[in-house]
Design a protein around this ligand. Structure first.
Ligand SMILES: Nc1ncnc2c1ncn2[C@@H]1O[C@H](COP(=O)(O)OP(=O)(O)O)[C@@H](O)[C@H]1O
Ligand SMILES: [Mg+2]
Length: 252
């Protein structure tokens, strides 16, 4: 069973049909690419899946549950995350602290419940610390755990952002052009980390990205959109050499 299914999504902005019968699937623990020229509806699709826009019609299923029209916070709790849903990293906090404040705390949210449930709170803290170190290891940030976020490089900050969103144990992470403006070597490193997160934590990614040279080899499946429609799907190689897709890029 697919982790995410969109079934015939439509979304209109005034006279523009941004999504025109869009049906896609994302499998668990996979990287799915979304490509297409500017204005094709890719960001709109990401916004509908994450609950920031409501579709005019069509349905969204996540983890065997219909989630159409759910607000972003409810989808986040269910396991669909976007990096900007968290506040920016706290510059003065350490890398580890930045991960811990992003975790989902079930107890100890107020001083009183912390006192009442002290033991449970300590156990939970230990679990979060363990998860945080596992994530830091996968992101090659473990050696930086006690450094302030302000000491990280631009690339390390990008990875920290991913690490923080991973603290909520999402099943699906949506990324809209994560490599924009990043140099080729760093872009490659980020993509490699994303693929190890898929393999080691079983997270699925739906990624809008133009830097196909960097990401195509790591993606499991791809959809191409043009003028609100899905015009091609298949392996990244199949999609990228499709005449329809090439024509769309030239025309768009
Ligand atoms: N909030 C909005 N209000 C009005 N029009 C929008 C809005 N968001 C997107 N659009 C329009 O919908 C179409 C698809 O946009 P978008 O999803 O951003 O495409 P892409 O991400 O593929 O570049 C475009 O014509 C765009 O102008
Ligand atoms: Mg976009």
């Amino acid at each position: 069973m697919s982790l995410l299914i969109t079934d015939g999504l439509f979304k209109r902005f005034g006279g523009v049909i941004a999504l025109d019968n869009v049906s896609i699937r994302v499998e668990p623990s996979s990287i799915t690419l979304l490509v297409g020229p500017n204005g094709s509806g890719k960001s709109t699709l990401i916004n509908v899946i994450s609950g920031f826009y409501k579709p005019d019609s069509g349905r969204v299923f996540f983890n065997n549950c219909e989630v159409t029209g759910w607000p972003p916070h409810k989808l986040y709790s269910a396991g669909i995350a976007r990096t900007f849903q968290l506040p920016a990293p706290f510059a003065k906090m350490t890398v580890l602290e930045n991960l811990l404040v992003a975790a989902k705390w079930s107890t100890g949210e107020s001083p009183l419940t912390a006192l009442l449930h002290r033991r449970r709170w300590l156990e939970e803290e230990a679990e979060h610390v363990e998860r945080a170190f596992r994530i830091l290891e996968l992101l090659s940030l473990r050696h930086m755990w006690d450094r302030r976020a302000s000491e990280l490089s631009g690339g390390q900050l990008k990875l920290l952002e991913l690490g923080r969103v991973l603290m909520s144990s999402p099943k699906l992470i949506l990324l809209d052009e994560p490599l924009a403006g990043i140099n080729p070597r760093l872009a490659e490193a980020i993509v490699k980390h994303i693929s190890s997160l898929r393999d080691e934590l079983g997270v699925a990614f739906l990624i809008v990205e133009h830097r196909l040279d960097v990401i195509a080899d790591y993606a499991d499946y791809a959809y191409a959109m043009f003028r609100g429609r899905v015009i091609e799907e298949g392996t990244p190689k199949q999609v990228l050499k499709s005449p329809q897709v090439l024509k769309a890029y030239l025309g768009g």
